[in-house]
Design a protein around this ligand. Structure first.
Ligand SMILES: [Zn+2]
Length: 247
């Protein structure tokens, strides 16, 4: 830890909720971001800026012109490039101290590979756009005893929930049973306002950093629902609901 390091992170080290020991914990931490679109690109910027030690970026999509209104880590010059690799370039340029790994891979397509990618990380951030991927994250993080933070945004609404490694406050299955056949609303068919995604991504990054710093716990097991139109935040305790198979 030298003077440059202290200067770089001085504004968050000043916070009692982070402090020097919290910054050291953040610098020692490894985080996986599943999905490098609207949520993932913004989460990645915050985590790299904050000095998280290692970040794994997972996505098999390429940057499209319809992404640019909200996925602000990307440049026009990144069009048609792999999202995980384009985001990795941006994060390395932002903070050379962070070890960035890009996985050009669709999470959930192979459970063995899913577990291999998440092995050794401290927390997983969901930045996917569908229920199926989140159930794969729930299953893999449960197997590996990892906490994770789900996030979603469409139109003028967003939501997030953080699940501890114990899942004693409930799990993702408690709010979205696997058997639910509901159509997944995503921004491809619903639309989304860029800053609404930014609100949710910032909130997920904030939960991750506070959790890694170890002084303030995120609101484990509380679903937080943001309504940008009504300027309203609602909170719902997730569970565990009866029959939760993860207890
Ligand atoms: Zn459950």
């Amino acid at each position: 830890m030298n003077d440059e390091w202290l200067e770089r992170y001085s504004r968050q080290i000043l916070l009692a909720e982070i402090d020097f020991s919290g910054q050291e914990a953040i610098a020692a931490a490894s985080v996986a971001v599943v999905g490098c679109g609207g949520l993932g690109s913004m989460i990645g910027l915050y985590l790299a800026g904050a000095g998280v030690g290692a970040i794994t970026l997972i996505d098999d999509d390429v940057v499209e012109v319809s992404n640019l209104h909200r996925q602000l880590a990307f440049r026009e010059s990144d069009l048609d490039d792999s999202k995980s690799e384009a985001l990795a370039r941006q994060l390395r340029a932002l903070n050379h101290n962070v070890v960035i790994r890009a996985e050009n891979y669709r999470f959930g397509s192979d459970s063995v590979h899913d577990a291999a990618i998440l092995q050794g990380v401290d927390i997983v951030l969901d930045a996917t756009d569908n229920l199926d991927a989140r159930h794969h994250i729930e299953a893999t993080t449960r197997k590996l005893d990892l906490p994770w933070i789900m996030g979603a945004a469409t139109r003028l609404h967003g939501q997030l929930a953080a699940f501890s490694s114990s899942r004693k406050e409930g799990c993702y299955r408690c709010i979205a049973p696997v058997t639910t056949a509901q159509r997944t609303a995503d921004c491809r068919n619903e639309g989304v306002l860029g800053p609404v995604i930014g609100v949710i991504a910032a909130w997920q990054a904030q939960d991750a950093l506070l959790s890694l710093a170890g002084k303030v716990s995120p609101a484990w097991g509380v679903l937080r629902i943001y309504d940008a139109r009504e300027q309203r935040i609602d909170k719902l305790a997730v569970g565990p609901v009866d029959g939760c198979t993860h207890l």
